[in-house]
Design a protein around this ligand. Structure first.
Ligand SMILES: [Zn+2]
Ligand SMILES: [Zn+2]
Length: 485
């Protein structure tokens, strides 16, 4: 790639026809090849072009959004109200909702008009716990494949994610920065990404999947492969947590993910284990706060959750094993709970050994965790945390319907739109998409779904997005429109 063999013997100096021999482009080639093997081609290309002072977007511009789109004849779920509203028109200009007005105003000149046929218009869905790079590939592929392949597979999945109606995801671990950039630039189709970058964990913590041949590591020693590619960052001691947190923030993290305890898909890090010390957690939390952002802590066991709260965490990921005292603490400190409705083997890849034991504990804890969250009025976000299987990732909307065990359809739809957007707002000045998300109102981002049916009556429509979603708009651009045919 990016090499050129001269087709005649012309000396390199003064080579007029081909720019590949210019010294700066030869340097770029070397840099790109190094970056390709180290970090993945998208990041490498971006960094290398920036080094040369070349514009990043020269190669491919996103298709510009339609000048304006007028939606008519719909019933509105605005992301907040449990009641649908009728008799409105919605005008999208650029990537924002320009106006939501009663009646049937004349469309602006050159506007595209969509007659919604009385269907329900709602905000795009938000998944508060997603792994853009890890959702659809088996763990064996993730551990053994070239990072370029992993990015390409993730780009295929990101388009499917958007086609399920998820217009925004909060990425809770994985090398998502360059991937997000490619989506934002329109090179790849996919949802908005709120990236954490590498999940930060201790030696032996959840996410430390190093082969045992890489153990021991000396402090400051060479990074393992998973660390080099940006999926995980191993940090032991408060100083290393600060360093790794800063590295994610400088790359554009909207939140820092700290792994406070063991997990399910990490056989060497049992789910009951608490890993980071309170000082280590504080180091990451304070670093994120210094950037105006926040840290969220992966924690299942009560002791892990409680330690994270004591350290000042603003959000807990998972929490399935929490008890009453822990729930009370979450409520008292006004900490968010980003909980996933894992119920049965249908919701996860098959696991064995200690991972299977952990998985069954988590399945068993889900019902209690939701009941405690409701009882104590904990601010709760919806996330699916689908991992390691394209077939599972396809069940993202089905995961949402699992919530009917504890919530009304209106509460579920509100959680997956405006409530999740409120959580995204914790990123403060580090919010990559400053503006209103998860709602349909003036000036909000134009992330819209047109549903063939009423999801307030039948939430399972969102489990069948291929037939139920007739229009999908993200950032003012239409990605699906079966009405146009
Ligand atoms: Zn986690
Ligand atoms: Zn996760």
């Amino acid at each position: 790639m990016f090499s050129c063999t001269p087709d005649h013997d012309e000396p390199l100096t003064g080579h007029a026809g081909c720019a590949c021999h210019r010294p700066e482009l030869q340097a770029l080639t070397r840099r790109l090849n190094a970056d390709l093997s180290r970090r993945g081609f998208v990041a490498g290309l971006g960094a290398s072009l920036a080094m040369l002072g070349l514009p990043r977007r020269a190669a491919a511009q996103p298709t510009p959004p339609a000048q304006s789109t007028l939606f008519r004849n719909f019933r509105l779920f605005d992301g907040k109200s449990a009641n649908l509203r009728d008799g409105l028109s919605l005008l999208v200009e650029g990537n924002r909702i320009a106006s939501l007005t009663p009646g049937n105003p004349a469309p602006p000149e050159r506007a595209r008009v969509i007659d919604c046929g009385g269907r329900v218009l709602m905000p795009g869905l938000i998944d508060a716990h997603w792994h853009s790079l890890f959702a659809a590939l088996p763990i064996s592929s993730l551990l053994n494949s070239d990072i370029g392949y992993i990015h390409l597979a993730a780009s295929a999945e990101s388009e499917r994610t958007l086609m399920r109606g998820f217009t925004t995801v909060r990425d809770l671990g994985g090398p998502a920065f360059a991937f997000k950039q490619a989506i934002d630039e329109g090179l790849v189709t996919g949802p908005r990404i709120y990236p954490s970058g590498a999940m930060i964990t201790t030696s032996g913590g959840h996410g430390d999947l190093r082969p045992l041949t890489d153990v021991p590591r000396s402090p400051g020693g060479e990074a393992s492969l998973a660390e080099q590619t940006g999926g995980v960052a191993i940090a032991d001691g408060a100083d290393e947590v600060r360093l790794r947190s800063r590295e994610q923030l400088l790359q554009g993290a909207s939140q820092v993910k700290l792994v406070g305890g063991g997990g399910v898909s990490s056989p060497r890090s049992p789910v009951d284990v608490t890993t980071f010390s309170i000082e280590e957690l504080r180091a990451g939390i304070e670093t994120a706060a210094g950037w105006g952002a926040y840290a969220t802590v992966h924690a299942y066991a009560p002791t892990t959750i409680q330690r994270a709260i004591q350290a000042g965490a603003r959000c807990i990921e998972h929490g399935h094993l929490m008890d009453e005292a822990t729930a009370a603490m979450l409520a008292e400190k006004d900490v968010w709970l980003s909980l996933q409705p894992f119920l049965t083997d249908d919701d996860s890849v098959p696991l064995t050994g200690p991972s299977r034991v952990a998985q069954l504990k988590v399945f068993g804890g889900t019902d209690t965790a939701y009941k405690l969250a409701i009882k104590h009025g904990i601010k709760t976000a919806f996330g699916s945390d689908m991992l390691f299987s394209a077939a599972l990732a396809a069940r993202q909307g089905i995961m949402l319907t699992h919530l009917t065990r504890w919530y009304s359809n209106a509460q579920i739809l509100t959680m997956a739109t405006s409530t999740n957007a409120e959580l995204l707002g914790l990123s403060g000045p580090r919010n990559p998409y400053p503006g209103k998300l998860g709602v349909i109102e003036d000036e909000a981002f134009a992330d819209l779904l047109l549903v063939d049916g009423n999801p307030l009556e039948d939430i399972h429509l969102l489990a069948r997005p291929e037939s139920s979603l007739v229009v999908i708009m993200k950032d003012g651009r239409i990605h699906k429109d079966t009405l146009a045919a």
